[in-house]
Every structure is written in C-alpha cells, then in structure tokens.
Design a protein around this ligand. Structure first.
Ligand code: HEM
Length: 821
C-alpha cells in the first residue's frame, strides 16, 4: 500500500491523469516510452538520499525543489504535452544556458552511479528536499516518490507546448492567471492545493541570472516553514521595486527587511478563496506541511500513469538530523588546541586519507560556530563552510561559497559535511571534509595535493544567527571570531592564532574581549557609475565619504563637525555626511566645487548651488564635495541610502575621507578627478522633492524651504545640529560605525545589496560594523545565493585590487577591509 495514504486521497487525480496520458501519446514522439523500470537497490536509494541531504546541507534544497517543479510543470493536461521527462536536459552538453547546466550537474552528482533517469533523480531530489527541510523537531512535509520516469532523448519525445510560455507568469498578480496555470497542470487541483504549493516560496531565493528577480521570500530561506503565508498577511508592508539584470527590468515586491514577493505570490491575497487558505496556513503550519506534501506528490506525477511507476521509495531521511550528543573523551592525535594550555576551548585537527580527501575538525567545548575556508589566499576566492555547536551540544553545519565557481558538468563540492561524532560530553566535533581537493576549481587554490592554498579556520562563541545558536538553518550572519588560523598553507600546517584578522576573511573585525564592535569600512570601486540610492522610505541612512583617492587624516565625524571644508586647487574632497531621503524634512544637498579659487567652504557652497547635478569646472580642478545629511527623527525608520556619482571617463575614484573637527582638510585627487570627473546624484527612484527650479540658468529654491533648509544645514555644519549626537568632538571609527547602525545602517544593507546584485552600484562606500551587516550588504541571506555573492565578492576584490584607501581603521593601507573573503 501507499505509505502516504495518497492513493485514496488522490485517486481522482490519478484517474484523470491516466485518461490524459492517452492524449499525451498523440503529442509525444510515439516511439518514446515515457516509462522504464529501474532496478535500484535499497542501498542505492540510501546513497542517493544521503547525497540529497548533503546537497540540502550545502543550501541546494530549494533549488532541487524548484527543479522538480519546473520539470513537472511543463505538463499540459489538455493536450498532453510536456511532462517531467527531463526535456530540458536534452542536448545538455551543448546548451549554453549555464543555469540549466548547473541544474543538470547537481542532478548528476546526486544520481552518482545509481542507474536511474535524470527525471527520476530530479523528482526524488525534490521530494527528499521538501521532506527534509524543516527545522529539527518539526513534522515536515512528507512527499511521496516512486520512480519510473524515462528521460526524453530528443526534443520531440515529450515536447513542451509553445503555449507553456503563457503560463506560470511570476509577474502576474491576477488570481485568474494563477488558476489557469494550475488547471493547465490538472483541472482537479483545488485552491487549497494551489495555495499549499505556492508555500514552497517560503524556501530559497530568486536569482537574477535565473529569473531576473532577486532575493529571498523569508529571512530563513533554507527552512521550510509557514512564514511565507504570514508575510503575505502582511502584504501591505511591501512596496514594488524594479530589479535590473542585463537588459531585463522586472518588478517585484520588497519589504523593509529585504524580503521579496513575486507578483504571483501576491495574487494569493487577491482572491477570497485563496486568501482564506493563506490565512489558514499562516496559523496551521502542520496542515500546511501535510497539504504541501500531498500536493507536491501529485505534481511530481503529473501526466504519469501511476500503474507504470515503481514502488514508493522513502523520501524521509533515515539518518537522524538531530543534534548529536557527545560521546567520548579523547581528542584525536595531532589536535592543535587553543588556548594551548590544559583547558583548551577549541582544538583543530586535519586528517587526510592521502588521496586528497581530508577531514578537518574543530573540536569545541563552547557553543559557537566554526568556519573553514579553502582558498588560494586565505578564504579569498574560496569555499567556506560553517558549522556550529548548539546549546545542547549538538552540531550543525552548512556551507556557502564565497565565489561562484563555474559548475562543471561533474561538480565537486569543496566541502561536505561528514557524519558528526563527538568526543566527550563537553566536546563537540564540527567536522568538514574537503573532498577530492584536486577536483576543486582553481579558485579554491588547493589544486593537487592541497599544497597551493590555504585552509583557514575561525571559531567563535558567538551565535551564527543573532541570538540563536540553536537554529540550524537560515544563518544570515557571522560574527566576530575568538580565534582563527591557518590549517594548511602551502606545506605548512596548523599555525593557530588568536584574533587574527589577516588570515581569515570570514571572521573579520576582530573583537576585543568579544565586545567592541569594530568599524569596517568597505570601499567598493567599480568602473562605471555610482548611484545614489533613494529608497522611497521615511528613513535616514548611510554615512559615506568620498573624495580624492587619498585619505584625509583624522577621525570621521559623521555629523560633519566642520566649520569649514577647504581644499586647495589640487584637491578633490568630497564629504558625504549622513544622508537624508526624500521624505525627510531636508532633502539631500549637494555642494558645488566650482569656486574660482578652488577653495570651498561649506556654507558658501550651500549658498552657491543646490543642484542635483554637479559638473566640475572646465578648468579641471573641480573638487567635489558632496554634502548629504540626515534629519534625525524617531518617527523615521532606517532605510538605505547611498552616495553616488558618475564618472564620465570611468575613472573617478572614491575613497573614504575622514574628517575631524579640524577646519581644513586637504587631499590630492587623481588626475582623473581633476580633469574629467562628473559627480552627479542620480535619483534612483525619481522621487526627490522638486525643490529646485531653474530660473535664468540658475537654480533657485523655494525661499521658505531654502531658509529652513539652510538653517539646519548651517547648524549641522557648525556642529550645533541635532545630529551632533553626544556632541562628540572626535568620533572614532567604532563610534561612527555604531552611529551608522543606529541610524539605519543595518537596514541599509538589504537594499544596498540589491543594487550590488543588480550591478547598478558600481562604486560606493559602505560602512558596516559587523560581519552580519557585511553579509547583509552582500546579500548573503543564507547559503545558496552564490551567484549573487560572487558578484559582490568580485567587486570587493576588484576594489581591493584597485588599491582604494580604506579608512575607519588605522591600518589603512592593508588588505581590504575585512571582507568576507
Ligand atoms: C505560478 C506559480 C509559480 C511561479 C510563477 C513561480 C516562480 C518562481 C520564480 C520566478 C522563482 C525564482 C527562480 C530563481 O530565480 O532561482 C521561483 C523560485 C522557487 N520556486 Fe516557484 N513559482 C511558482 C510556483 C512554485 C511551486 C508550485 C513550487 C513548488 C512546489 C515552487 C518552488 C520554488 C522554489 C523552492 C524556489 C526557490 C528556488 C531557489 O532558491 O533556487 N514554485 N519560483
């Protein structure tokens, strides 16, 4: 019998589908037999299942669910076209679609040497993912799977109807379109089933290169929950947002936390019956899982004659994913411990099988996380895995890759989680195996016999998720480390250091006693343009300062306690202060630098010009101070804003400039800045209040507004402003950073990251105080967002390569900011 009770429940569907199957034969290549009888042992299924589980551990669960769905949803119940017969993979070796290739690579890796079709592999992997992506202790979806789908070998074997393109339109919020799409699959699908199925969008992300949409639906995109429905209930908090990728511009919804919704998701709220189920699942998670399980089981067998499929295979993990309780007491020989005394907290050990398979283990007596990275140069370019010990001594691991590696047809993950064992009640192993290092791509450095790169580690007693050491999924952030070191670098082994920031990118921003936040200012420099990012929200935001490519000494005073801001004829100083947005009382304000003598005083400039666009004087030394400010108000919540500029020769360079309360700051700009720079504010959303009117070629402001504005700016400049928080004479970077965060820096991250992802920001000064913020900036909501992460990282690295000055730390000339390398 069916272990899922599905036959009884869905007999009607199967009946319907059998009938439709006959139609199908008229469409498909008559010589194509859509079925086969796999002969797969229980052990084979176990091995496949564990590979799927590993892949879920690598963050691929949502993608696998989506692949299975994408295959199945090609089915057209009316004309019998499509179906889950791996149509998309016909001719896979020649396709140039890297996303399809990546999907295929994932599936072939999961299939391994098991003798089944790719279609079955996809359905199985989707079913296993759906059944095993819930948080520990939660009864999850139970998806039925039985094999028997043959792979299409030509495009006419299971041809996809051209009308397919009209369905499943993510950009339509019309419930009728949604219903039409699902009834194309099966006219029997109920609203309840449709809504349950859409609940899959609790998981995963949209990826620009794949769909042209961006971002996760939830902040825990690897955990299967009913959060999606609860967010839909809150749909009024979402606003539309355009996302751009290559030439495509798509519109999606976004909330203040960077969570997205597709229009199609919103359609669930625009129909009483659908909304009814949204509300139901929002408060009945177990029913959601149960309904999703049976509905997804139906989807996986669309168009298939159940009598021709094999027996059910369990999709539920037979391996306990519960935290492992510690067992024995001995640390393995060769462990290097920290501190190196009789009461170590962390020990690390590397055990290699001599065949490039190496297991690295961090033993920890404390709860906290451990990260291992493999890369050619510390964690830069490499793959990183993290694991952590939770409060019950259990251990979890998960991975992300700092750089998207081109996925070959036969990919190897750099890291695999290995079965966890423990050493003592107080020790927990956080073990990672680096598999076949010689197959890792060159980015990972350790090509060959792990001699060319570095494996670095970092450990920390901080929770990988803010405040929740026990939550195994959805790690969105990383915190400071207690110790870090290099496990393997070239031929050396195991130097261990404490509070190292130079070797371990993931654990940047060393802490002092684990308490002090260290400001990390990142300058990302790109070739083309920098945009000012207006969010359209009542918020204030980012501190950023840009100028010539030279640091201006002194501590950054984000509130601009400058009575004057001077530059000489060689200077190109740009001061960017807390930025206001369009809803604030005082809009952003730019100061021109075209004064004849090349010296600019803020107050003068303010009076000179309030144009949104500043072109330096043709004589060349147009210095580029830009003053933007924020009006403090508790009524405003945080929102991102970003300094922006456009260089018309692509050579405008930015750096942070630190300004003290000193009256004069001087910097030497690059030649490019002097000669050919256009510094311009771009209204990203075209929502800036129209305060300027051009009269006879000059800009004038509405008098009242201007007076009001001017008074505030003047107070601001003179340090009398409300913004002069605590009236600090000199702010050190940590304080600055804290200020930024307090004033919206954290929320900034989400949206800024979007621009980074969209590649619409080509240069910017970002300031974060914590790795968590940096992760947010880079859009690392969890794992699996690798394409986007790569983009962010590449840019950071470019920037580092470009030698931009980084300030906010005393060691300004060093390696990049502490980026998560
Ligand atoms: C009208 C129906 C649907 C539309 C228009 C739609 C659209 C999309 C889009 C545009 C994405 C982003 C893909 C990417 O960029 O990687 C996505 C992702 C996803 N979809 Fe759907 N979807 C629909 C229904 C479903 C259903 C029924 C399921 C499963 C039962 C599902 C599961 C997923 C999952 C798990 C992801 C995340 C993939 C990842 O993180 O890689 N979707 N969907």
């Amino acid at each position: 019998g069916c272990p899922y009770g599905r036959r009884d429940k869905t007999g009607a569907h199967e009946h319907q589908q059998q009938k439709l199957y006959q139609v199908r034969r008229a469409v498909a290549n008559a010589s194509f037999d859509p079925y086969y009888s796999p002969s797969v042992s229980a052990a084979d299924w176990d091995s496949m299942r564990s590979r799927v589980l590993s892949s879920i551990g690598l963050g691929n669960g949502p993608r696998l669910m989506r692949i299975a769905w994408d295959n199945a949803k090609t089915w057209d119940a009316v004309d019998g076209s499509g179906g889950s017969h791996a149509q998309a993979y016909v001719g896979i070796t020649t396709t140039t679609d890297i996303n399809i290739r990546a999907d295929y690579a994932l599936l072939t890796a999961i299939r391994g040497s098991v003798n089944i079709s790719i279609s079955d592999t996809a359905a199985f992997a989707g079913a296993v993912s759906a059944s095993n992506s819930c948080l520990s202790g939660v009864a999850c979806a139970n998806v039925a799977f039985r094999p028997g789908r043959a792979d299409a070998t030509t495009t006419s074997d299971a041809p996809i109807s051209s009308s397919y393109a009209e369905f499943f339109d993510a950009g339509s919020a019309n419930p009728a379109d949604l219903r039409a799409s699902f009834s194309r699959l099966s006219p029997n699908l109920t609203d309840r089933e449709i809504v349950a199925l859409m609940g899959a969008h609790n998981l995963g992300d949209c990826h620009l290169p794949i769909s042209g949409y961006a971002g996760p639906w939830t902040l825990t995109p690897l955990a299967f929950e009913n959060t999606f429905f609860r967010l839909l209930q809150n749909n009024a908090t979402y606003v539309t947002q355009n996302v751009t990728y290559n030439d495509s511009i798509k519109t999606q919804y976004i909330d203040t936390q960077g969570r997205m919704m597709l229009f199609v998701d919103m359609s669930l709220t625009r129909d009483d019956s659908l909304l009814n189920w949204v509300n139901y699942y929002a408060s009945n998670e177990n029913d959601f899982f149960a309904d999703f399980g049976s509905a997804y089981s139906i989807i996986l067998e669309l168009g298939l004659d159940a009598t021709k499929l094999g027996d059910y295979v369990s999709t539920v993990s037979t391996v306990s994913t519960s935290p492992v309780v510690a067992q024995s007491s001995a640390l393995p020989a060769g462990s290097i411990c920290y501190p190196a005394d009789s009461t170590p907290i962390y020990c690390v050990v590397k055990v290699s099988d001599g065949n490039n398979n190496t297991v690295y283990t961090v033993h920890s007596v404390k709860t906290g996380w451990a990260a291992l990275g493999v890369g050619s140069n510390s964690m830069a370019n490499g793959d990183v895995i993290i694991g952590w010990k939770n409060s019950t001594g259990g251990v979890w691991t998960n991975t992300f890759t700092t750089v998207q590696h081109a996925i070959s047809v036969n990919p190897q993950s750099a890291w695999q989680q290995i079965p966890l064992t423990d050493k003592a009640p107080s020790w927990a192993n956080i073990s990672f195996s680096a598999v076949h290092l010689n197959t890792i791509d060159s980015n990972s450095g350790l090509v060959g016999n792990d001699i060319n790169g570095a494996i670095t580690f970092a450990v920390s007693s901080y929770a990988p998720i803010s405040g929740n050491i026990d939550k195994p999924f959805g790690v969105a952030s990383f915190f400071q480390h207690d110790i870090s070191g290099i496990l393997v670098e070239s031929n050396s082994s195991f130097p261990v250091s404490s509070n190292s920031t130079s070797t371990v990118g993931i654990a940047v921003g060393a802490t002092i006693c684990g308490v002090v936040l260290v400001a990390i200012i990142i300058v990302i420099f790109f070739r083309k343009q920098i945009y000012q990012y207006w969010t359209g929200r009542k918020q204030k935001a980012l501190v950023a300062v840009a100028g010539g490519n030279q640091t201006i000494n002194g501590a950054l005073n984000p509130i601009g306690r400058l009575s004057t801001f001077n530059h000489n004829t060689n200077a190109a100083n740009v001061a960017v202060l807390p930025i206001a947005n369009e809803y604030s009382q005082y809009p952003p304000f730019e100061i021109s630098t075209t004064s004849a003598n090349g010296r600019v005083v803020f107050s003068d400039s303010i009076q000179q010009q309030q144009t949104p666009s500043i072109t330096p004087s043709s004589s060349g030394h147009g210095a580029l101070p830009l003053l933007l400010r924020t009006t403090p108000s508790s009524a405003r919540d945080a929102d991102p804003l970003m300094l922006s500029a456009i260089s018309n020769n692509n050579h405008l360079r930015f750096s942070t400039a630190m300004m003290s309360s000193a009256t004069t700051v001087v910097a030497t700009p690059t030649a490019d800045v002097k000669q050919n720079a256009l510094f311009e504010v771009v209204e990203q959303h075209s929502q800036l209040p129209d305060r300027n009117e051009e009269v006879n070629g000059a800009y004038v402001n509405d008098a009242v507004d201007f007076q009001q504005y001017f008074a505030v700016v003047q107070a601001f400049v003179l340090g009398e402003s409300l913004l002069d928080e605590n009236n600090a004479a000199q702010w050190n970077s940590a304080e600055v950073a804290a200020w930024v965060i307090k004033n919206g820096g954290e929320t900034n991250a989400e949206r800024i990251s979007r621009l980074i992802k969209d590649e619409r920001i080509t240069g910017a000064v970002l300031m974060v105080t914590r790795i968590s913020d940096l992760c947010s900036l880079l859009g690392i909501h969890a794992y699996g967002d690798r394409v986007l992460f790569e983009a962010g990282m590449t840019k950071l690295k470019n920037r580092a390569g470009a030698g931009e000055t980084v300030v906010g730390q005393t060691n300004v000339s060093e390696e990049p900011p502490l980026y998560l390398a």
